[in-house]
Write a protein of this length. Structure first.
Length: 305
């Protein structure tokens, strides 16, 4: 049976089709395909990287797995959520305090003019805007959205997409920063190293502590927006954006899928079944809208306050 949703705050009851047997919710899986990721916040690995002169591709020491911190992932997702709210005619909770030590004198005021409201100004009791609800971060109230680290492994059989894992390859890149002055003739100035993950394919698992339809609607819309604008500098994931890192193909895995069907999506030896195609049509034509309409209602109600 599909889980029960909190709809008391909405003007209408949620009406899901009778032929829906289950939903992955409160878990939501974001499918990711990233050619190159340089998170900037660091990568936790489970093995040391072999030096270049001792590297052997089939040596287990070089089959390096690990985890990507949830912080760059969370910031990337929040940015997409903010854009969706602003396009819908609402404002997003500013992530920073008004009295923060900003490098530009009027940066906070310009943000408020560009589609944000002052951090916490939306809060009435325990509830605030949908960004405040999902991401939390102040007033000692945890966000309603749980964002986990993304575990990765270069060995496909050790990847469990139902646990929010991905197939990917870790590397340490070492480069020389050279002088651009013509008189220096390309003289090396310093060495720079960066931890990166390449060819990442898998899922990022999100979980909701409370089931409100507008939460799901915002996450679905945000991921679609991030995918459609993946080549825009400010919507790329992680660091090293000038080098093409962080361009993400992203999609929410159909919440109507069973666990076996989610695994099938990432099984290169199997195609989608007719049942999965039917669920894709059902999600696209009717179910998805049951979550997006409450999001617009929530935005409208906040703007009327």
């Amino acid at each position: 049976m599909p889980p029960a949703f909190d709809t008391e705050h909405l003007d209408h009851e949620m009406s899901l089709p009778d032929d829906i047997e289950n939903l992955t919710l409160p878990d939501l899986y974001v499918g990711l395909e990233i050619p190159l990721l340089a998170p900037g916040d660091g990568i936790v690995t489970d093995r040391h990287h072999a030096s270049a002169d001792r590297y052997e591709a089939d040596d287990p020491q070089n089959q390096i797995g690990g985890m990507v911190s949830p912080f760059p992932l969370s910031g990337w997702l929040r940015h997409g959520c903010e854009r969706v709210l602003q396009i819908a005619g609402g404002t997003a909770c500013h992530p920073g305090a008004a009295n923060g030590d900003y490098m530009l004198e009027d940066v906070y005021e310009r943000d408020l003019d560009a589609g944000y409201h002052e951090k916490g100004s939306c809060v009435d009791g325990d509830a605030g805007c949908v960004i405040y609800d999902l991401f939390g971060g102040f007033n000692d109230r945890a966000g309603r959205l749980v964002r986990r680290p993304l575990r990765f492994s270069p060995i496909r059989r050790q990847v469990d997409v139902l646990q929010g894992e991905a197939e990917a390859h870790y590397r340490q890149l070492n480069t020389q920063v050279r002088s651009r002055n013509s008189e220096d003739d390309g003289q090396p100035l310093r060495m720079a190293s960066r931890d990166v993950v390449g060819n990442l394919v898998g899922t990022w698992k999100l979980s909701l502590r409370e089931l409100k339809p507008e939460y799901v609607g915002l996450l679905v819309e945000a991921v679609d927006y991030l995918d459609a604008h993946s080549d825009e500098f400010e919507l790329q994931l992680g660091g090293a954006r000038n080098f093409g890192a962080g361009m993400v193909d992203a999609r929410v895995i159909n919440p109507l899928y069973t666990d076996a069907e989610i695994k099938r999506v990432y099984n290169r030896a199997q195609d989608a079944t007719s049942g999965m195609a039917w669920k894709d049509d059902l999600w696209r034509e009717s179910v998805r809208q049951q979550f997006v309409v409450p999001l617009q209602e929530r935005v409208n109600s906040m703007e009327e306050l």
